[in-house]
Write a protein that binds this ligand. Structure first.
Ligand code: DQA
Length: 158
């Protein structure tokens, strides 16, 4: 079975308690379960991970970079807007990446419009809540089936 990773960054463990007008009412466990089911029906095993610690996420990305996953769905939370460390680690991941946000970043504060990982993502979805994650699964499935060249390669490949 093909493998997808679903990563959630800082504060996303608080889903269900965060402002519902932006983030909806699902808890992270509920959201993950819905995405897992959807991905499974499309032939993907989903690996999920959440942390509030930047260094832990960096190390998790290092591990994924050396693993046999086929695609990555990533909602880094607030790290999206400023974490160059997360960006540098994500650069090591050579499979297609979907950047997903529950809320509509373009309609919120100015600082949320900046994403330091945007150019590393083959797919970007925001403002669609859970649906955005399901859309990311479908779009990643298409990228993977098309066997598109990864956006990035390990320096040693060059
Ligand atoms: C978020 C948007 C970020 O600006 C925010 O810091 C989050 C969640 C989203 O899913 O909409 O924590 O990534």
């Amino acid at each position: 079975m093909r493998q997808l990773a679903l990563l959630h960054g800082v504060n996303l463990d608080m889903l269900g308690r965060r402002p519902r007008e932006h983030y909806g009412t699902l808890t992270l466990a509920e959201l993950e379960s819905r995405v897992r089911h959807y991905a499974y029906e499309r032939g993907f095993h989903l690996h999920t991970f959440q942390t509030n610690h930047e260094g832990v996420m960096v190390e998790h990305l290092h591990q994924l970079a050396g693993s046999d996953i086929d695609g990555l769905i990533f909602n880094p939370g607030a790290w999206t807007h400023y974490s160059w460390a997360i960006r540098d680690a994500l650069e090591l991941v050579t499979v297609p990446v979907a950047e997903v946000h529950l809320s509509a970043l373009e309609e919120r504060e100015e600082w949320r419009r900046i994403s330091v990982i945007a150019d590393l993502a083959a797919i970007r979805v925001s403002g669609k809540g859970l649906e955005g994650y399901l859309e990311a699964v479908d779009k990643l499935a298409r990228e993977i089936a098309a066997g598109r060249a990864p956006l990035r390669r390990y320096p040693t490949d060059e």
